[in-house]
Design a binder for this molecule. Structure first.
Ligand code: BDR
Ligand code: CA
Length: 311
């Protein structure tokens, strides 16, 4: 099984990504979860991550709180998409499993130093603050990372928080730029992919019909999560962005993309956080990321549904 750290800001779609990982021990060895401020402030994202582990019956998972604000900017949140709690939909409770004592950034550093070099994959599902903070604090770990598989960015689908930028990149563009110039192999799941991963009514009902605690919790989250995109964009369901990262680790053949150059805009006010992706190879800038463009959406939802049934 591939060793991973999930770095996350739950978020309903982050929650489904965590559940998918917990349901897939054959392929995924989850070393721990690090939380970051993003969709909602850190106090809520770390609480939500623990709620998700508790629903899955896994209070043993190490959940660490990381950075509470982007490297250089004030935090921008997305309650308009995720609700006040970040996990609106199901009835929520106060989690009883403890928060791990170590700061998320130190957990990333310690894990990469402890495990054999080249065997740990980082899976960021939110702003890239924790990852870059760890790289800055401990430059020796950068070369030890196997791969970074992240949700963020957009090319043809352009933006969802501004006309030019995707949320995770926009919130901490300096951190994202640092990741893309770190030299670590990066695979990106941009909106171009995730806007095809739509939790349609039929797909949500299939999950609900599993009739387990996890399935009901997931369906109730997705009932809430779809509203925003359906109302705003007229799409057939909410896009399950973050689970694409975990699904890729389990079944890479569901996805296709190109290895290209991607640069993050960090100075322009108009296009801040834009991922300028050289999809057509019109520059001679060297490739620094595998930028995904398409997925088999039915295969993706079959995977999620069959795996959630195991929890
Ligand atoms: C990303 O932003 C968040 O709202 C989602 O959880 C996802 O990680 C999509 O732009
Ligand atoms: Ca997220």
């Amino acid at each position: 099984a591939r060793k991973i750290i999930i770095d996350t800001d739950p978020g309903q779609d982050d929650a489904v990504a965590i559940l998918l990982a917990l349901a897939s021990p054959q392929e995924i060895d989850l070393l721990g979860i690090t939380c970051v401020a993003g969709n909602v402030p850190l106090a809520l994202t770390q609480t939500n991550a623990r709620r998700v582990c508790e629903v899955a019956g896994r209070p043993d998972v190490a959940v660490h709180a990381g950075c509470d604000a982007p490297l250089q900017r004030p935090l921008i949140t997305a309650e308009h998409v995720h609700g006040k709690t970040g996990l609106d939909g199901p009835e929520l409770w106060d989690p009883t499993m403890p928060l791990a004592a170590t700061h998320g950034v130190d957990f990333i550093i310690d894990s990469l130093r402890r495990e054999a070099s080249g065997t740990v994959t980082l899976c960021p599902l939110g702003p890239l603050t924790n990852i870059t903070a760890a790289f800055q604090k401990a430059p020796d770990i950068v070369d030890r990372v196997q791969e970074i598989v992240l949700m963020g960015g957009a090319y043809f689908e352009v933006g969802n928080i501004t006309p030019a930028a995707e949320f995770n990149i926009y919130v901490d563009p300096e951190a994202a730029a640092a990741v893309l110039t770190s030299g670590v192999p990066v695979t990106m799941m941009p909106l171009d992919v995730t806007h095809k991963a739509l939790a349609t009514r039929a797909r949500v009902e299939k999950i609900r019909a599993l009739d387990t605690k996890v399935a009901r919790f997931t369906a109730e989250m997705l009932d809430f999560f779809e509203r925003f995109d359906v109302e705003k964009y007229g799409s057939e369901g909410g896009p399950l962005h973050d689970p694409c990262v975990i699904a890729y680790l389990i079944r890479p053949e569901l996805f296709s993309g190109r290895t290209i150059n991607v640069v993050v805009e960090t100075t322009s006010e108009l296009t801040l956080g834009m991922t300028v992706a050289d999809w057509w190879g019109v520059t001679d800038r060297p490739a620094n990321a595998q930028f995904m463009g398409d997925l088999d959406a039915d295969g993706f939802f079959d995977l999620i549904t069959t795996r959630l049934a195991r929890l």
